[in-house]
Design a protein around this ligand. Structure first.
Ligand code: ACM
Length: 506
């Protein structure tokens, strides 16, 4: 059964009753209630309409907006009624989601007249984990740009931002006990044509700023240090920790075709090749490094997860890889955090409860499926990031100037049309949620990131948030999505205007 939403809401809420007509915003617009959420609503309305609401502490009267915590509401749940009074109740993070819904109910009727669409909505997420990943290792994003990404994803009701903080091309977080990383391993970013451009590294205060900005928007930061492969940059600061680069056929072909330099020990690497680097698996000092780095990250990170990577470790033998993953996930657990790792790590006896992140295809390769299922056998759950549907860095089509196409091209329909609980042979409740990664080999600016993220990120948001009871309806989604364009433009989001959508001017 298809239940059209009709109201311009993305992601679709669990339940919507549409009211008659629209309600004009009063001027002054009065907001009553919860401090944190009300402050964000004041900012959002002021930014969008130019009407600056006033906070009052009085009995509500028609036209007012009332925002109240409901101590009985489930995590992230909210209820919203737009009638003579706008009433929003929910858990603390539920109120933030309700504000985003309310902002999508705002309409510009022309002549500077703003109205609310009348409706009654009850809403809660399908999956507890709804993530986006930003690769800040290949292309460093300064704090203010990360905050803009946080605003963008919060508006779509995501609740995790996974920061890929280290890779062959760069190391992006200061570690007191290994101080050369921020001096020597972070000096460049990679460009789309394999050249070096400006690097960067978050100080601990930068990282704390990101964590706290994210938390105020209901978003948990998931830091990743990718190991034991993707570790070339570490060797620039600490050569004793890494093996000499090991070439593979794919990397050699790519370097030749693209005119990229090959990885060279001790020299910053800006190509696209993978699988050439490895930590030294049998050195005591390697595990001192891993423990020190993860301990400092754990101390900075209030969220439950530390991601240790584990993908594409082609320069590490399978036995060494398994040995390393077992130790590294164990260290994360000893630090009181839940380890997360890419699905290849499921070849090892990961620490019990480790979360696996699947990045294979919608039609899974048998070994990828088996490795992912192993996390579940070890008591963990799974985050789904199918690369031919949820990877935001895949090209929309072969002519699109940005992005890669190794997993195929991903148009909006493909990003929208897949079922998380049908993807792998694991119990439905083993699916923690969904994450859309943005790798940045070809991305040199936030504008370019926007073009790859938007609008496909909205499709992933709907898959992650909206209830499975609704048959996902492409045409209904297209209409609701089209209506987001004015708000995206107002926020300076350079979305790619895909031709499948009849983008609204107003
Ligand atoms: C990955 O795309 N290498 C996780």
């Amino acid at each position: 059964m298809v239940l059209p939403v009709l109201l311009p809401l993305v992601p679709a809420p669990v339940s919507v009753v549409i009211g008659e007509g629209r309600m004009p915003l009063t001027d002054p617009l009065r907001i009553i209630g919860d401090d944190a959420a009300s402050d964000q609503l004041v900012t959002a309305i002021g930014h969008r309409t130019g009407i600056l609401p006033v906070r009052v502490d009085e009995e509500p009267r028609p036209g007012d907006v009332v925002v109240r915590i409901d101590p009985d509401a489930a995590a992230e749940a909210y209820a919203l009624t737009v009638g003579e009074i706008v009433e929003l109740t929910g858990s603390a993070n539920g109120l933030l989601h309700g504000i985003r819904t309310l902002m999508q109910l705002l309409a510009d009727d022309g002549d500077g007249r703003w109205t609310w669409r009348r409706a009654r909505i009850a809403d809660a997420p399908r999956f507890a984990y709804r993530g986006v990943m930003l690769d800040v290792a290949r292309r460093f994003f300064p704090v203010d740009e990360v905050e803009k990404v946080i605003d963008r994803i919060a508006d779509l009701k995501f609740n995790h931002l996974h920061l890929h903080l280290s890779d062959d091309q760069g190391w992006r977080i200061h570690i007191d006990s290994w101080p050369l990383l921020s001096q020597l391993s972070s000096t460049v970013s990679a460009t789309g044509d394999g050249r070096a451009t400006g690097g960067g590294c978050y100080s601990k205060d930068d990282y704390r700023t990101i964590v706290s900005y994210a938390a105020s928007r209901g978003i948990t930061i998931v830091p990743e240090i990718d190991m034991p492969g993707h570790t070339h940059a570490i060797g620039i600061a600490y050569p004793e920790l890494v093996e000499a680069p090991v070439m593979n056929e794919h990397l050699l072909d790519d370097a030749k075709r693209l005119g990229h330099a090959l990885p060279e020990a001790g020299v910053p690497y800006t190509g696209w090749g993978v699988g050439h680097s490895s930590l030294r698996i049998h050195e005591k000092r390697t595990y001192e490094f891993v423990r020190d780095v993860l301990a400092e990250l754990a101390e900075l990170t209030p969220g439950p997860y530390l991601h240790i990577g584990g993908d594409e470790s082609l320069g590490t033998s399978p036995a060494d890889f398994a040995y390393f993953i077992e130790r590294a996930t164990g260290i994360v657990q000893e630090l009181g955090k839940t380890p997360v790792a890419w699905h290849e790590a499921g070849a090892a006896e990961v620490a019990p409860g480790t979360v696996g992140q699947y990045w294979g295809l919608l039609a899974p390769d048998a070994s990828h499926a088996e490795h992912t299922a192993h996390f579940v056998e070890r008591g963990g759950r799974v985050i789904l990031s199918p690369s031919d549907a949820a990877y935001l860095d895949m090209k929309y089509d072969h002519d699109f100037p940005l992005g890669l196409a190794w997993a195929g091209t991903v148009d909006l329909h493909r990003a929208y049309d897949w079922q998380p609980t049908a993807l792998l042979d694991i119990p439905a409740d083993a699916v923690a949620g969904v994450e859309a990664p943005l790798w940045t080999e070809t991305v040199e600016s936030l504008d370019e990131a926007d073009q790859l993220m938007f609008p496909r990120i909205a499709a992933i948001a709907e898959i992650a948030w909206s209830t499975s009871d609704r048959t996902r309806d492409w045409n209904d989604f297209r209409e609701r999505l089209a209506a987001q364009a004015p708000a995206w433009r107002a926020d300076g989001i350079r979305f790619h205007p895909v031709p499948e959508i009849d983008w609204s001017d107003r």
